[in-house]
Structures are given as structure tokens and as C-alpha cells.
Design a protein around this ligand. Structure first.
Ligand SMILES: C[S@@+](CC[C@H](N)C(=O)[O-])C[C@H]1O[C@@H](n2cnc3c(N)ncnc32)[C@H](O)[C@@H]1O
Length: 233
């Protein structure tokens, strides 16, 4: 089964890659919190751990972890070559490129080497078919050792719950703070559930588990962003 879609290289083209790091700077504290949780969850991994970074983009999570765990090696995977090129630039400037392997491709196309842990931050919500999303998690699972750890975060909420308008309303306010115009927010809302974030929290957790992980622990929520931890069975 393939997880491929043509979109990532289109959505995350060179122009987008060059502004990505600054685009949501106003929401950086939310990402800081995700990174802090990631650090805590991975803190007991071996000093020479190998970390699979699925959908690494410009490498924000790698930059955070590489600075704190100087013996770790990172496998950065992303189908958008321009995003990964920015990640490589950061790694070179910050002196940890020698601890990185870069794959401008889908996880399914990378060597099946076992890692101590994997991250997938703000990636799987782009996979709109349940089959493709399930396969994406399975592709990650195939590259994590038994007992290894997964930290996954996505744009995800329960569209049918009475809480939906509260969650989405706050998320729209945050996007406004990040500089998205009223028109931009309207476009975002019309794309939501059609172009991204097609599955609710229960469905996502079930997919992670079905891929070969323990039942995911819901460890994070900031408006529309949810985070889970799970171990490879
Ligand atoms: C919103 S960015 C997140 C980047 C980074 N993880 C972060 O937290 O800043 C999403 C990234 O996922 C990548 N992506 C989209 N579909 C993917 C797929 N099927 N497999 C792996 N990466 C994918 C995109 O190319 C993009 O770089």
C-alpha cells in the first residue's frame, strides 16, 4: 500500500519552505510546549539513540533535540525537498548535520532500519484517506524497535462534538494572532476536513494502535493541535 500524494511538494514548495519558520512565529509557544513534551518522553532513550523524524519539514523538532542530546542521530524524512533543504541548512549552521541522514521522500521509500523512537509532528493530518494515513503510521512502526517510542501530533478535533465550535473558534483566533487575514481564515475553514484533518481523535488513535503501537496516550491539546505518545509493540 502506498502513502504517496502529490501535494506535499506543491503545498510545501520552495516559496513556502523559505517562509515556513516565520509563518506561525506568533504560535511558537505552542510548538515549544510540544518540543518540551517530546524531550520528556524521549529523555530516557540511550545516549546514542537513533530518531526517525517523519515529515521533518524545516527540522524544528530536530534542532530542539539535537541541541539537548549530543549523541543522537536523526533520520529526517520529508517528501518536500525544499523543506528538507532548509532543515539541512539549519543543521549545517548549528553544527549537527553530521548526525543527520536526509531522505527527500515518503517514509515508505526509506530503508527499513530500526530506530529507538520516531516523531511525527503536524504531518499525518495531510493524509485524507484513512488507508493512506493508516499506512503512514505502519511505515513508521516498521522502522521503530519493539519498545521504541512514538510522539505524534496533528491538527485534529471531534467535528461532531458540541465542543467543536469552541475549539475551532479559539484556533481561528490564534491564526488571526499569527497574521492570517479574515479571508485566509475563511479559506482555512472551508479546507478543514476536506484538504486536511479528515479524521477525529478516536480514529487517529485507533490508526496508531492498529499500526503496531500501544494504545496512544493523549498527552497534549492546544486548541486544534493534539498530541499522543505510544510505544512500539
Ligand atoms: C506542517 S509541516 C511540519 C514540519 C515539522 N514536523 C514541524 O513540526 O515544523 C508538515 C510537513 O509534512 C510533510 N508531509 C506531508 N505529507 C507527508 C507524508 N505523507 N509523509 C511525510 N511527510 C509529509 C510536508 O512536506 C511538510 O514538510
Amino acid at each position: 500500500m502506498t502513502t504517496t500524494r502529490a501535494e506535499p511538494s506543491v503545498h510545501f514548495d520552495t516559496a513556502r519552505a523559505e517562509v515556513y519558520d516565520d509563518q506561525f512565529a506568533a504560535l511558537q509557544s505552542v510548538k515549544d510546549c510540544l518540543h518540551l513534551l517530546l524531550e520528556g518522553y524521549f529523555a530516557s532513550l540511550p545516549a546514542d539513540a537513533r530518531i526517525l523524524v517523519a515529515g521533518a519539514g524545516t527540522g524544528a523538532e530536530v534542532r530542539y533535540l539535537a541541541a539537548r542530546f549530543p549523541g543522537w542521530h536523526f533520520t529526517l524524512v520529508d517528501p518536500s525537498a525544499p523543506m528538507l533543504a532548509v532543515a539541512r541548512r539549519h543543521a549545517e549552521a548549528e553544527g549537527f548535520a553530521g548526525r543527520c541522514t536526509f531522505h527527500a521522500d515518503y517514509v515508505s521509500a526509506t530503508p527499513v532500519e530500526l530506530h529507538d523512537a520516531a516523531t511525527s509532528l503536524l504531518v499525518s493530518h495531510f493524509l485524507m484517506s484513512a488507508e493512506g494515513r493508516q499506512a503512514y503510521f505502519a511505515d513508521i512502526a516498521a522502522r521503530v524497535k519493539p519498545g521504541g517510542r512514538l510522539f505524534n501530533a496533528d491538527l485534529c478535533t471531534d467535528d461532531d462534538a458540541p465542543s467543536f465550535s469552541g475549539v475551532m473558534g479559539l484556533w481561528m483566533e490564534l491564526l488571526g494572532l499569527a497574521g492570517l487575514t479574515e479571508e485566509g481564515r475563511a479559506n482555512y475553514l472551508s479546507s478543514y476536513g476536506r484538504e486536511f484533518a479528515g479524521h477525529g481523535p478516536e480514529a487517529v488513535a485507533n490508526m496508531i494502535e492498529a499500526a503496531g503501537f500501544t494504545p496512544p496516550a493523549p498527552v497534549f491539546q492546544a486548541a486544534l493541535i493534539r498530541g499522543w505518545t505510544a510505544e512500539r509493540r
